[in-house]
Design a protein around this ligand. Structure first.
Ligand code: SF4
Length: 78
């Protein structure tokens, strides 16, 4: 299992750049899904905005392997 993310964080998605490859959903199916939007384009959907530590490795991999670098893990200050 990978390292947990230390501290509070927010997941940011750039829907304009998302091309619906689905790599994110393959890496982290509990966090991301791909569905068509109203215009018929496949886009990422965030299923879990606050995934627990057991999902952090999958979240990191989704961000790392997204071909368009759409997923950002933004650390929040306390
Ligand atoms: S892998 Fe990246 S570009 Fe593809 S659906 Fe997921 S967020 Fe969008």
């Amino acid at each position: 299992m990978g390292q947990a993310i230390e501290g509070r964080f927010r997941i940011e998605l750039d829907f304009d750049l998302c091309q619906g490859h689905g790599v994110c959903a393959a890496e982290a199916p509990d966090i991301f899904a791909v569905a068509e939007n109203r215009l018929g384009y496949a886009k990422v959907r965030l299923l879990d905005p606050a995934p627990g530590p057991t999902h952090h490795a999958a979240l990191r991999n989704a961000a790392k392997y997204c071909p368009n670098r759409v997923i950002r893990i933004v650390m929040l200050e306390d």
